[in-house]
Design a protein around this ligand. Structure first.
Ligand SMILES: NC(=O)c1ccc[n+]([C@@H]2O[C@H](COP(=O)([O-])OP(=O)(O)OC[C@H]3O[C@@H](n4cnc5c(N)ncnc54)[C@H](OP(=O)(O)O)[C@@H]3O)[C@@H](O)[C@H]2O)c1
Length: 302
């Protein structure tokens, strides 16, 4: 599995261990830099995994994406191409590729069905990242068609959970809000600044639900290459702010910073396909937050 130290990868690893999977092959960045094609091909040749899970990627929030576009497109294309083509060369028939709901058009019809991919323009702020991810989806599709592989692309909604990134400049909106509201509480601040208007809708999925989907689809024979993974429900960012204030038991004066970008207005996923195969998200926002909060507190104590 690639990316086992990350938010999604660490959850997949916990779940694989819990389900008693043996012979899980792991290598961190120091041992295997996934940008290095030769090393990736040799690693796959030597270890011959039955299944490859790609949870490694260059990932970040709206600011990080908008100022580091070159790194986002180059690193993601390189990591995924090395692993997808390397898997094919080594006769590995099953592979899970993780992307994100930002591959879909900015003004997509809602809820977003898998077939809406490439039906319109992408959001500018994460265009290089989304373009790389779309290339990964198309690559898996092409290999499945030409070489009869079984490479499945799972597109999750915005994710949160233990082991998230709380860095002020490159985190996603939900961990960024957790960090800011906690800081207000600790430092007795009365005003919370939120990037953008707070009006866009976001769908959140707890990371263990994604891990569950990876293992479910890794063991399933399916006909498509692309499957949405989400709860199918969304809320405005300002409602997440209210939710978090109630969880932190704090009332703050919220200032929306309109000089910061909103990103896509809405991108709720249609999860009918995943549901038809028998997979469904299980963990509520309330339950997911409580688990996340415990790990957040441990992380900031370190
Ligand atoms: N977070 C979300 O909201 C979200 C939502 C939907 C989908 N996803 C998808 O899920 C996947 C994983 O995301 P994540 O949030 O778990 O990201 P993450 O926490 O940043 O983890 C990414 C992992 O990839 C590894 N990695 C990156 N570049 C590498 C390289 N050159 N060589 C070796 N390892 C490398 C990182 O290693 P280091 O630990 O050494 O940096 C890290 O372990 C991505 O494909 C993403 O598109 C994420």
């Amino acid at each position: 599995m690639a990316g086992h130290n990350g938010l999604v990868g660490s959850s997949i690893l916990r779940k694989l261990k819990k389900k008693n999977y043996k012979n899980i092959i792991l290598a961190d960045r120091k041992r295997l830099n996934l940008l290095d094609q030769k090393k990736v091909f040799n690693f796959l040749k030597k270890n011959k995994p039955k299944i490859v899970i790609i949870a490694a990627a260059k990932v970040g929030g709206i600011y990080h994406n908008s100022v580091n576009g070159a790194d986002f497109i180059y690193e993601n294309l390189q990591i995924q191409s090395n692993l997808i083509h390397g898997s094919f060369k080594n006769k590995i028939k099953r592979l899970i590729f993780l992307g994100s709901s930002c591959i879909y058009p900015k003004y997509s019809k809602q809820p977003i069905k898998e077939e809406y991919l490439l039906s319109g323009k992408l959001e500018e702020t994460n265009l290089p990242y989304a373009t790389a991810k779309i290339a990964g989806v198309k690559m898996c599709e092409a290999y499945n068609k030409q070489y009869k592989t079984n490479y499945v692309c799972l597109m999750p909604a915005n994710t949160y959970g233990p082991n998230d990134n709380y860095n002020t400049l490159n985190s996603h909106f939900f961990p960024a809000l957790i960090k800011k509201i906690n800081e207000c509480k600790m430092k007795n601040k009365k005003t919370l600044e939120v990037w953008g208007s707070g009006k866009p809708f976001r769908e959140l999925i707890f990371v263990d639900d994604i891990a569950d989907a990876c293992i479910f689809f890794m063991n399933k024979k399916i006909n498509e290459s692309l499957i949405n993974i989400g709860t199918g429900k969304d809320m405005r960012i300002k409602d997440y702010v209210k939710f978090l204030m109630s969880k932190f038991n704090i009332k703050l004066n919220v200032k929306y910073n309109l000089s910061k970008p909103d990103g896509v207005y809405r991108k709720v996923l249609d999860v009918t396909k995943a549901n038809k195969y028998g997979w469904k998200a299980n963990i509520s926002l309330d339950e997911g937050f409580d688990i996340t909060y415990k790990s957040f507190i441990q992380k900031i104590k370190k």
